[in-house]
Design a binder for this molecule. Sequence first.
Ligand code: NAI
Ligand code: MG
Length: 364
Amino acid sequence: MTARNLLLLPGDGIGPEAMAEVRKIIAYMNAELGAGFTTDEGLVGGSAYDAHGAAISEGDMEKALAADAVLFGAVGGPKWDDVPYEVRPEAGLLRLRKDLQLFANLRPAICYPALANASSLKPELVEGLDILIVRELTGGVYFGEPKEIIDLGNGQKRGIDTQVYDTYEIERIAGVAFELARTRNNRVCSMEKRNVMKSGVLWNQVVTETHKRAYSDVKLEHMLADAGGMQLVRAPKQFDVIVTDNLFGDMLSDVAAMLTGSLGMLPSASLGAPDIKGRRKALYEPVHGSAPDIAGKGIANPIAMIASFAMCLRYSFNMIAEADNLEKAIAEVLDSGVRTGDIMAEGCRQVGTVEMGDAILAAF
Ligand code: NAI
Ligand code: MG
């Protein structure tokens, strides 16, 4: 049996509480389904800073590089607000993304039927929504040089960020989007601003060429990113896979997320390039942060973390049936009216983190 090595990095705040529920699912899969997961654990964020004075230790970085997949909880909290910038909790996540070269960020926006009423949009616009935003994560304006504030000497300063994209960066993120579309509904919408940005012109060209060369079976559409933002809130179900750059992806994925309800529901995956065996480095994490306001109270919604593990099953281990079943278990539990506080509604039964995890495990 293939070994399946997971590194668990629960982090801070509600991270460990949510991770505990995933640990139960892993134990169940090993005992009952012969899944053969081996798990190791490490520290990240504030908890790593307290132990090692760094947001992640070199030893844990080595474990992350060796693992088949990393499950990441959340980092940060008021306790570490004043630590030096280089070792702030977020630096642990940024280091992981950089060293594992996780260039593709996958953010699904799925509207569970039971939560259609919780959306900021009309239920009929979001019921059954299932879109996947593929955001380029390691390039673009967040990393391009020059990046600085210069003093113009006349009482004025100039802040500069530079949007840079090379062909290979666009090709590889487009490739991920097309591959994923083939496992879904075979449709990709690429978003950029070719009308005002040179990098947008190149983005559009390279996506088009990549499509022609290797993915012409997939339906490709292009949209200006601002129009895409409008369409996402006007008629989100028109989309299946959306591929876009780092900056637009940051905003559009947050917009799409809010169509589906609470932060406590949203999973994500970050993938690297396939190695010689076709395996990608990967990190899975909920979209939410460490939620210091509710940490330690046992009331955090573990669904985002559990749904991140479902993505891990699907994308790192090709355990499609298991991933589907886990997502179905989440939907079933929501249908049955079991809710954590953040998604509580009239007529439902409010439970804590552990009970929610137990209910999902029982339905799995
Ligand atoms: P947050 O996502 O931690 O919390 C925002 C609000 O949503 C809070 O009211 C929280 O209680 C609620 N919430 C979040 N997740 C929930 C869940 N699973 N169940 C129920 N309610 C949930 O964002 P915030 O408050 O802006 O940041 C708190 C800390 O987390 C900061 O230190 C921030 O830097 C860090 N952070 C870390 C991230 C990461 O680890 N990737 C991402 C975002 C923030
Ligand atoms: Mg964001």
